[in-house]
Design a protein around this ligand. Structure first.
Ligand SMILES: [Zn+2]
Length: 178
C-alpha cells in the first residue's frame, strides 16, 4: 500500500478523509498539507584490494535470504556518503574510502504494510586497507560474501535497482568508454 493510502484521518485535526493515491496528504478542513516524497537510500559497490565486491545475504524482510549490496536509509541532516559509511560500520564493521557517486535508480521498499517510494543512490568505494568486514548486525546480515563482481548474476540480487546498478557497473568494466 502506498503511504498516501494509509491516512484515513487528517494527521493535524483528525477529520476523517477518504484515502486517495496522491503526492500529498491534504486536509480540506484545516489546510494541513504534507508532501510524500521518496526516501533516500545509499548503497555501496565496495571493492577490496583483490578487486572483489562486497555482498551480503539479507537477514530480514523484505527479500530475506537474497543477495544485496550493503547500505541503508539516509537519516535527517546526513549526506548520502555519511549514511553509506555509517551503514558499512553498523552492518559489517568496516571502513571505506574513495566514495564516488555512480548511479541512482527508483525503488520501492515494502515494510510494515506500507510500500515506501525510494531513490537508491549507489556509490563506488574501496575497503580501507587496514579494515576488514565481518557481520555486526545479525538481524540485518545473514552472511557476507566477497565475490568477483563480473561473475555475479545481477538477477540474483534482492531489488530491481540493485540488479540495474550491478548490470551498469559490469557493462562499464566490460565496455569501458574510451
Ligand atoms: Zn485537518
Amino acid at each position: 500500500m502506498h503511504p498516501s493510502l494509509s491516512f484515513k484521518h487528517c494527521p493535524s485535526c483528525g477529520t476523517p478523509r477518504t484515502p486517495t493515491l496522491e503526492k500529498a496528504i491534504r486536509c480540506s478542513r484545516c489546510d494541513y498539507l504534507f508532501y510524500l516524497n521518496p526516501a533516500l537510500s545509499a548503497a555501496g559497490l565496495i571493492l577490496n584490494q583483490r578487486g572483489e565486491m562486497l555482498f551480503i545475504v539479507r537477514g530480514k524482510a523484505p527479500s530475506a535470504g537474497k543477495l544485496a549490496l550493503v547500505g541503508g536509509f539516509v537519516d535527517f541532516e546526513e549526506t548520502p556518503e555519511q549514511a553509506l559509511s555509517r551503514e558499512i560500520v553498523e552492518e559489517v564493521g568496516a571502513s571505506i574510502e574513495e566514495i564516488n557517486y555512480f548511479a541512482a535508480f527508483p525503488n520501492s521498499y515494502q515494510y510494515g504494510g506500507i510500500v515506501y517510494p525510494v531513490i537508491d543512490l549507489f556509490f563506488t568505494a574501496r575497503l580501507h586497507p587496514d579494515s576488514a568486514a565481518s557481520i555486526k548486525d545479525r538481524a540485518e546480515v545473514a552472511a557476507l560474501e566477497w565475490m568477483n563482481p563480473l561473475d555475479v548474476d545481477s538477477d540474483s540480487l534482492a531489488f530491481p535497482s540493485m540488479r540495474q546498478v550491478l548490470s551498469k557497473w559490469q557493462q562499464s568494466k566490460r565496455h569501458p568508454i574510451s
